[in-house]
Every structure is written in structure tokens, then in C-alpha cells.
Write a protein that binds this ligand. Structure first.
Ligand SMILES: Cc1ncc(C[n+]2csc(CCOP(=O)(O)OP(=O)(O)O)c2C)c(N)n1
Ligand code: SF4
Length: 537
């Protein structure tokens, strides 16, 4: 069998290709982006016509994948954890419709917030929607488990949430591949009402979902990835979830003296937990993320001190785990080296030299210099760096799309002028509906859509907005004369300041589109064109 050195994300992508998916549907977001990129670059996807272009946002991605499942074929959906908030409506409702073809939601959590606004734990979503959740403990398991996830989805007619965290997604290991299987043929679900969530159907389907819970738990008890491993020293038992199991193995060199309940599939098998609790004096719950299962096992009333974990301070309450944190909790010497001391002076993140956003902010700052602070609402993307020196140009960044709606809310409250700064990809992700609200309410706001023709922050993926921004704004009802395109370049500075001043002075909705390609994307594009030219010689 072939063995490859793969990132966790790549192992998942290869596993999905080998499991016979017909499409991957995704919106970029660290640490999930590499899964879709791997599939986009794979020969298998090209040869087998597997869908792999980016979606406009996580909700559209998930709904398209539900459509694939409707036909009986398999679909993978990928996003970062906060993307699941955007897709929460189809997510929870698809738990009730159930799945026809295998349907797997890959959600990448980011504990310690390396590149995110929060560290929410997606396992809560699986519990909330009452669907099975899988969580691999290493890269090989990630590869094997993705096929299992599709099989589980088809066997139990349910979508499956597949949760990874940053270290799992972004670290590499050798992965042995299995034989590849083909895609499913198109075959509709025998229950014609499954996807019609009228209340009368939904009530029946919800009861079906409740009845399936026992089966979900039985699979977690008896199928491959959860395991009860006995140990002689019963002073302590350990429940090790996902990558926590990997860290435990590192600390004990694979020979833990304590009984261990390895959890890679939820709902947690209660019979195994009971066994561990009855055999051991104390039980430590090692889970990456929120103390969800620790809290459940402990219950509201338990004060016995028998259960150790993130709630009693044995492990830190927030941030990601690592082998050394676990070693400390277990009273062991550290197994891993300390962080390598930095040889370069730390510096805050900043826009690339030559970035078009820098010229947009210089013009905006000058146009706004007569106003007090606080009038510029921004969004999430490279341009969020405008919050830092030397620009100090923006005063909010909350969630994708919130710049326009917060600017509108502030204007509604009488705090004018208000300016929203949003990127092109973020605009089509979730800014368009906010702009429609602003037009419908005749809000007094100026929206700057910074069009660098790419999704810069996540590494330069195609932007769904490409070539469409002015027509979208017109279609949403922005007046033609108040859609102004400018060139964010130093030698256009004076005229750009003038345009921004004019539109801020306008009492209504105006849109300014500073348009210049991201210099990183431009460099990659030129390099790829040169390579293609050389190859065609
Ligand atoms: C709901 C959600 N999905 C995905 C992300 C990851 N993400 C952050 S900004 C961004 C888009 C940035 O592109 P754009 O708006 O074009 O701005 P640029 O970075 O190019 O300046 C993405 C995908 C996120 N933070 N939240
Ligand atoms: S990657 Fe592109 S958009 Fe982001 S800071 Fe660099 S030049 Fe600007």
C-alpha cells in the first residue's frame, strides 16, 4: 500500500477522495483551507469530475452538499469553526432530514485562537443537533476515519460532524492509503418526504432522530475508533478525547499505566464511562476545547472531587492542550522540548509592503481627519490590520459581514457619518444582505468594498465577487452615481480623498470600490502563467 507524508488536512482530503466523494463544498478558513485546496489540485478530482470550486459562504456550501446527498452521492463540506455559525440553519435542519448519500461536515476548530475571533468547540453543535461526531487522534486515523464517517452517515442516514483542531490539521505524519472506491450512483431516498420539512413531516423525522440516538451511542461503544484500554494503576483513569489521546501516548511512550478510555466518536459511550468511573479512584478528562464531556460526566451536583480536568484547574480552562501541559497535570516530567527561543525580535503583523489596502487606508484617514474616532466599522480580512499602527483606521471587527450592518445600526442611532470597510470576498460571503437592509432603510452610510480580486487573508483563493461588485450593488438598489470605483495607489491619493469626502457627505447609501489586485496574488498569477508558458514550449 502507498504511504504518503501528509498534513492532517491532506490526509482528510485524500481519505475523502479514496472514499468516493462526488464533491467538496467549502469556504476558506484556517485551519480547514488545505483540505479543499488539496482536492482542487488532485488528479483524481480532475479525472473523476469531482466538484471542488469554492462556495460563496459556508451556508451555501452546506446546502449544496445536502443537495448532493439528496441524490444519493457523497459530499464533504469544509469550514472553520465560526463558519458553522453561518451554516447553523442548514446544519441543524439537516440533522432532522437525515442524509441519503454520505454527508460529512468537516469543522476545524482553533483553540488558542491562532487565527480566529473565538475558540468555540464544534462538538457542542453535534450535541445540539444530536448527530454523531468523530474526532481523530492522529493523521492516519483522520484518513481512515473519513471513510468510516461516510459509511456511518449512509448506514444511519445522518450527517456526521468530523471535528479537527489546529495541530491535527496542520501537522504532518506518514499515512498509509487504502484502495480507492468509486462514487455512488444517483439513487433517491426511498422516503419521498425526508427532505420536506413541513411541520407534519418534521415532527415524524425528529422522533426518528431521537430514536436513532441509542444506535449512535451503540456505534460509539462497539465500532472501531473508541477503545477501553486497561491499566494496572487504578488510582487514576483517563478519558482521552481526540488529539488528547495522542498527547497521552507521547507522555507515556505508548505505555500508560492507568486505564484509558479513548474517545474518537461521540455521543460518548456511557457504559465505558461507567466502567472507568467504577474501577478508578479518580478520573481525568483530557479534551481539546471546552470541558463539555467533563461537565456532563460531573453533572451539576457532583462535588466529590473524583473528576479532574479543565473545570477544577487540573488542566487550563482555555487554550489548546499540548503534551507538556498534560505532563504537568499527570505529575510527569516534560516530554517535549521548550519552545525554541526566538532569534528575531517579535513584531506585530502588518500589511505587505505595496498592499492596496494601505493606500485605501491612507486616503480614508485623510478624508476622516475632521471627525472624532469611532466612525469606521470594518470586517474580517487582511484589511483588519488597519486597526493597528500606523493606520489606526478602524474601530470594529466582529464577524464576517458585520461592518455594513454595524455601520447601519450606528447611523440609525444618529452617530454619523459612518463608514463600513469590507473585502470583496467578505462582501459576497455575508455583506450583500446588510447592504440591502441599508438601501431599504435609506441608511446614511458609506461602504468601501476593498476589491483586491482575491480572498487574501486565507492565502489567495478565488473570490466569488470577482467582476460582479458594481452590478451586485446596482441590483441591490444603490444609486448608480453613488457607486464609485477608485485606484488605491499613491499617485491617486488626492483624487481618492476627494471621492471619499464626497460620498461621506452624501446623505444616503454610497459604495466606493478601491480596486487593485493583492500583490501576493498578482505575483503567484505571474509565476503560474510563466510556468504554463514554459511547459507549453
Ligand atoms: C465565518 C467565517 N468564515 C471564514 C473565515 C476566514 N476568513 C477570514 S477573512 C476571510 C476573507 C478575506 O477575504 P476578503 O474579504 O476578500 O479580504 P482580504 O483578506 O482579501 O483583504 C476569510 C475567508 C472567518 N473568519 N469567518
Ligand atoms: S496578502 Fe495581499 S491583501 Fe493581504 S496584506 Fe498582503 S498584499 Fe495585502
Amino acid at each position: 500500500m502507498q504511504k504518503l507524508l501528509l498534513l492532517g488536512d491532506e490526509a482528510i482530503a485524500q481519505g475523502a477522495l479514496d472514499a468516493g466523494i462526488s464533491g467538496v463544498y467549502a469556504y476558506p478558513g484556517t485551519p480547514s483551507t488545505e483540505i479543499t485546496e488539496y482536492i482542487q489540485h488532485s488528479k483524481i478530482a480532475r479525472d473523476e469530475n469531482i466538484h471542488c470550486t469554492w462556495s460563496a459562504n459556508e451556508k451555501t456550501a452546506m446546502e449544496s452538499a445536502i443537495g448532493v446527498s439528496y441524490t444519493g452521492r457523497r459530499a464533504l463540506v469544509c469550514m472553520k469553526h465560526v463558519g458553522l455559525n453561518v451554516a447553523a440553519d442548514p446544519f441543524t435542519n439537516s440533522a432532522i432530514t437525515g442524509a441519503n448519500g454520505g454527508l460529512v461536515y468537516l469543522i476545524a476548530d482553533d483553540p488558542s485562537m491562532h487565527s480566529s475571533q473565538d475558540e468555540q468547540d464544534s462538538r457542542y453543535y453535534a450535541r445540539f443537533a444530536q448527530i454523531p461526531c468523530l474526532e481523530p487522534s492522529n493523521q492516519q486515523e483522520a484518513y481512515d476515519m473519513i471513510r468510516y464517517a461516510f459509511d456511518l452517515s449512509e448506514k444511519l442516514h445522518t450527517p456526521v460532524l468530523f471535528r479537527v483542531t489546529t495541530r491535527m490539521a496542520h501537522s504532518r505524519s506518514g499515512v498509509e492509503l487504502r484502495e480507492r472506491r468509486g462514487q455512488n450512483p444517483i439513487k433517491l431516498d426511498p422516503n419521498p418526504k425526508r427532505f420536506i420539512l413541513l411541520p407534519a413531516n418534521a415532527r415524524k423525522l425528529y422522533k426518528e432522530l431521537l430514536e436513532k440516538q441509542k444506535e449512535f451511542e451503540n456505534c460509539a461503544l462497539n465500532d472501531g475508533f473508541n477503545a477501553y484500554q486497561d491499566g494496572a494503576d487504578k488510582k487514576l483513569g483517563i478519558i482521552a478525547c481526540g488529539i488528547g489521546y495522542n498527547y497521552l501516548q507521547e507522555n507515556y511512550g505508548g505505555k500508560c499505566p492507568h486505564p484509558v478510555l479513548k474517545i474518537s466518536q461521540y455521543p460518548i459511550p456511557r457504559a465505558s464511562v461507567k466502567k472507568l468511573m467504577s474501577e478508578c479512584d479518580k478520573v481525568m478528562v483530557v479534551e481539546e476545547g471546552y470541558p463539555i464531556y467533563e461537565e456532563l460526566i460531573r453533572g451539576y451536583l457532583d462535588e466529590s472531587g473524583k473528576i479532574l480536568g479543565r473545570l477544577d484547574g487540573t488542566l487550563p480552562r482555555d487554550g489548546e492542550l499540548n503534551p507538556n501541559i498534560l505532563a504537568k497535570a499527570l505529575g510527569l516530567p516534560k516530554t517535549c522540548g521548550e519552545a525554541v527561543p526566538s532569534v528575531v525580535v517579535a513584531r506585530p503583523p502588518s500589511l505587505c509592503v505595496g498592499c492596496p489596502h494601505a493606500d485605501s487606508y491612507n486616503a480614508l484617514n485623510e478624508a476622516m481627519k475632521d471627525f472624532d474616532r469611532g466612525h469606521v466599522f470594518a470586517d474580517i480580512g487582511c484589511y483588519t490590520l488597519g486597526a493597528l499602527p500606523p493606520y489606526n483606521a478602524i474601530y470594529s471587527t466582529v464577524d464576517m459581514g458585520a461592518s455594513i450592518t454595524m455601520a447601519k445600526g450606528a447611523a440609525d442611532a444618529g452617530f454619523t457619518p459612518t463608514v463600513a470597510v469590507i473585502g470583496d470576498s467578505t462582501f459576497t460571503h455575508s455583506g450583500m444582505t446588510g447592504l440591502l437592509d441599508a438601501v431599504n432603510d435609506k441608511a446614511n452610510i458609506t461602504v468601501m468594498i476593498l476589491d483586491n480580486s482575491t480572498t487574501g487573508m486565507t492565502g489567495g483563493q478565488d473570490s466569488a465577487a470577482f467582476g460582479k461588485i458594481e452590478s451586485i450593488c446596482l441590483g441591490l438598489g444603490v444609486e448608480r452615481e453613488h457607486i464609485r470605483v477608485i485606484k488605491p495607489l499613491k499617485n491617486h491619493h488626492e483624487e481618492n480623498v476627494q471621492v471619499i469626502k464626497e460620498e461621506i457627505a452624501y446623505q444616503g447609501v454610497s459604495v466606493i470600490v478601491p480596486r487593485r489586485e493583492c500583490i501576493q496574488t498578482a505575483a503567484r498569477r505571474v509565476k503560474a502563467a510563466a510556468k504554463a508558458k514554459n511547459e507549453s514550449k
